[in-house]
Design a protein around this ligand. Structure first.
Ligand code: ZN
Length: 277
């Protein structure tokens, strides 16, 4: 099967579909879609993570159609050397390796999903956690580059891209998210806010339930007064910081609630399925 024949086959299977970007015809994935990261791929991603500089390459995604869903099974991670002048802040794959990787993908019939990492290294573990929270989103450059089409003979292909990062040297929590490809948002901020709102409602609900019981409301009032006194006594500028920490809390718990959408956070290298509805 030639490359265009394979793309036609994927189109017939309703794994790919036609779309357009500013009048140009492109092939992109058909939704609903789910991306299944195997345990070994998850482990490789995590083990290869370098907290000091950006890395990247391809996720080898084998496409199948299952119950009207496009399913991509990621079995292998292919690293491509970063040739950027500033590898701490940007990722530019070696062009020869990129060409070879693409040829291999179409020969072995997997879809090459481009990924890159964001570094989070810092002096203290707490700063590395902050970096993790701040870096878990696409940069302006990432969003721009994500519209770059891959020319396959006479067809243009646009696949989603993947961002991966971990909590610095401890490497204890891993973020993996998919963006653009005409099927996913180009940033994660909106969805993080969504999750934060849900988790906040959940927490507030719990607190109000608890406060309604017996003497609990006095504990709550006491706690509130104590917190206010501490803030006034020590530093009123701490207020935004405390509020920010409360708002960030769900970033540490949301991988326990249901099936992840667009991005997942893993506390250990394990198999995960991410929905792109
Ligand atoms: Zn980036």
């Amino acid at each position: 099967m030639t490359n265009p024949e394979w793309l036609n086959y994927l189109n017939d299977q309703k794994i790919l579909t036609q779309g357009d970007i500013e009048g140009e015809q492109v092939l992109h994935l058909q939704t609903p879609c789910e991306i299944n990261l195997t345990e070994s791929a998850s482990k490789t991603l995590r083990d290869n993570y370098d907290p000091g500089c950006e890395k990247g390459g391809f996720l080898a995604a084998y496409p199948i159609k299952k119950n009207d869903k496009t399913v991509l099974i990621i079995k292998e991670i292919i690293n491509l050397t970063n040739v950027s002048d500033d590898p701490k802040h940007s990722y530019l794959p070696d062009s020869a390796e990129l060409g070879n990787g693409l040829r291999r993908a179409f020969k072995e019939h997997f879809l090459p999903i481009r990924f890159h990492t964001h570094p989070t290294e810092d002096e203290t573990p707490i700063m590395e956690i902050f970096n993790y929270l701040y870096q878990a989103d696409t940069s302006e450059q990432d969003r721009l580059v994500s519209n770059t089409l891959t020319l396959v003979v006479n067809k243009q292909l646009l696949l989603p891209r993947c961002l991966m990062l971990s909590t610095g040297k401890s490497n204890q929590r891993m973020f993996i998210g998919f963006y653009n490809g005409l099927i996913a948002p180009i940033e994660f901020e909106m969805h993080k806010k969504d999750n934060i709102k849900k988790a906040m409602d959940y927490i507030l609900n719990d607190v109000s339930e608890w406060a309604r019981k017996g003497d609990n409301k006095w504990w709550l009032t006491g706690g509130g007064v104590l917190l206010a006194l501490l803030i006034i006594r020590y530093n009123k500028y701490a207020i935004p910081l405390i509020l920010m920490l409360v708002a960030m809390l769900p970033m540490f718990i949301n991988d326990q609630h249901g099936r992840p959408k667009y991005f997942a956070q893993l506390t250990k290298a394990r198999e995960v399925t991410i929905d792109i509805p």
